[in-house]
Design a protein around this ligand. Structure first.
Ligand code: C2E
Ligand code: MG
Ligand code: MG
Length: 259
């Protein structure tokens, strides 16, 4: 109850801020975009993980206003990035049962000045389960407006491979659990390669999550994985630091080209 009160206060006072983690092309090393991740540091409670406060916000029916401020903030930030960088934003499970979600998202990014083609929405398999029909409609509405959709944490949830075919998806993000095990655990490696092969056939781009080691990035590149995200490339950082990261990334890429 203390946590819930603090959370309500934090939402009202705009104390929950998006941070941004880079997503990199494993094939040519270019910067593709960023995933927004919610960060909350409470004056009394200290750092509270989104893995804790997002489910609480869902349970207490306050996820919609929280998402609204986070998406507005994130989209405003992303609108100032170079035009070729995308913003990836996590949608929570309770929003996938609300038929107004797609319109609300489109309205928010319009207010922020971010074109739909620069937005990606991350959904999870588990979130799809509650009301698959409404979820499919929301996804279709967003897709038709030009927003790309990615399946987050792939391989860990209530996987239904059939859904990959039915839904208007663009991307699959392979869960960190599999990436961590690459190089140590042959079964994990086989699963990653099978996902990559399947996604290639289905015309889905694959992002590997939680890359921490150069060897993991090298293996994934070799397996044909298009993109990667993880502490190796950068931790989530606030908007100001992210702008600096983009400048520095471009400067290094430019000097590389000049060599
Ligand atoms: P997610 O969407 O799968 O996000 C990836 C998580 O992995 C993030 O944790 C990120 O900080 C962490 N991560 C990234 N690279 C590495 C790495 O190399 N090593 C390790 N150990 N971890 C890495 P985070 O920020 O704690 O978020 C946890 C989950 O909370 C997210 O998982 C997402 O499901 C949820 N979440 C975060 N922000 C939001 C939000 O704004 N809205 C909603 N609905 N959910 C959110
Ligand atoms: Mg995510
Ligand atoms: Mg994930």
């Amino acid at each position: 109850a203390i946590l819930e009160q603090a959370l309500r206060r934090a939402i009202d006072n705009n104390e929950i801020q998006p941070h941004f983690q880079p997503i990199i092309s494993l094939q040519d090393g270019s910067l593709l975009g960023f995933e927004a991740l919610a960060r909350w540091i409470d004056a009394d409670l200290g750092f509270v993980s989104p893995a804790k406060f997002i489910p609480l916000a869902e349970e207490r029916g306050i996820i919609a206003p929280l998402t609204e401020v986070l998406l507005l903030q994130s989209a405003k930030t992303a609108a100032d990035w170079p035009d070729d960088l995308f913003l990836s934003f996590n949608l929570s499970s309770t929003q996938l049962i609300d038929p107004n979600t797609a319109q609300a998202i489109l309205e928010t990014i319009r207010r922020a000045g971010l074109p739909a083609r620069r937005l990606e929405i991350e959904v999870t398999e588990t979130a799809m389960m509650c009301d698959p029909e409404t979820a499919a409609k929301i996804i279709e509405e967003l897709h038709d407006a030009g927003v790309r959709i990615s399946m987050d944490d792939f391989g860990t949830g209530q996987s239904s491979l059939g859904r990959l075919r039915e839904l208007k998806l663009d991307k699959v993000k392979i869960d960190r659990a599999f990436i961590m095990a690459i190089g140590e655990d042959k079964p994990a490696e086989h699963i990653v390669r099978a996902i990559l092969e399947m996604c290639a056939g289905l015309n889905l781009t694959v992002v590997a999550e939680g890359i921490e080691e150069v060897d993991q990035a090298e293996s994934l590149k070799h397996f044909g994985c298009q993109a990667g995200q993880g502490f190796l490339f950068g931790k989530p950082q606030n908007a100001t630091k992210t702008a600096g990261y983009i400048r520095e990334f471009r400067r290094i890429a430019k000097s590389d080209r000049e060599v």
